[in-house]
Ligand binder design. Structure first.
Ligand code: VGL
Ligand code: ZN
Length: 184
């Protein structure tokens, strides 16, 4: 089985959010288009408590049950099968979706015979990269959809570096047109 995995595509990581990616909203139509091509559509949400050690490093963002933690209204949420909540511990960053606390992602993938993971979402330098690295460690055939991810560009060089790291670890970097076809 093949799954699309949407990492932290939440209001606070979009251009008007608390921890914005400059062009994060531009990936939404790409992600929407990809959804129908997969057996499963899975998503993670950064889902922090009001107080967390995480907020010593970052502006307050994605506090559970707030607007900033919601999916953008233009995302086709009814196609999402399961949502994995991460960063829920006040003593932990929880960057990787494999650290989700509500459902164990590795067990879920195994149970549903998902062997290929196509990763989209926000943000490249942190949660996308950590999730991809963990997917590879779990032996998944792991793809990064390059036009369906975006970074915060805090240190601009970290974006190409993250792509290099993911590639060197065994991920395949692809364009969405290789999945949906180029002439739709
Ligand atoms: C993220 C920084 C802090 C992410 C989450 O989703 O990549 N980055 N919290
Ligand atoms: Zn966070």
């Amino acid at each position: 089985m093949k799954a699309l995995f949407i990492v932290d595509l939440q209001n606070d990581f979009c251009p008007h959010g608390a921890l914005p990616t400059p062009k994060g909203d531009a990936i939404i139509p790409v992600v929407n288009k990809l959804m129908s091509k997969f057996d499963f559509v899975l998503a993670s949400k950064d889902w922090h408590p009001e107080k967390s050690v995480h907020f010593k490093k970052w502006p307050v963002h994605c506090v559970h049950d707030t607007h900033g933690a919601e999916f953008p209204s233009s995302l086709t949420v009814d196609k999402i099968d399961t949502i994995f909540l991460k960063g829920t511990d006040d003593k932990d960053d929880g960057y990787s979706a494999f650290e989700a606390s509500n459902i164990n992602l590795a067990d879920y993938l195994k149970k549903n015979k998902i062997t290929a993971l196509y990763v989209a979402g926000l943000v490249i330098e942190f949660c996308v990269k950590r999730t991809v690295m963990d997917a590879l460690k779990h032996g998944l055939n792991t793809f990064v959809v390059k036009d369906a991810v975006e970074g915060i560009y805090q240190n601009p060089g970290d974006v190409p570096l993250a792509f290099e790291e993911m590639k060197n670890a065994g991920a395949t970097i692809i364009h969405s047109s290789e999945i949906v076809g180029g002439r739709e």
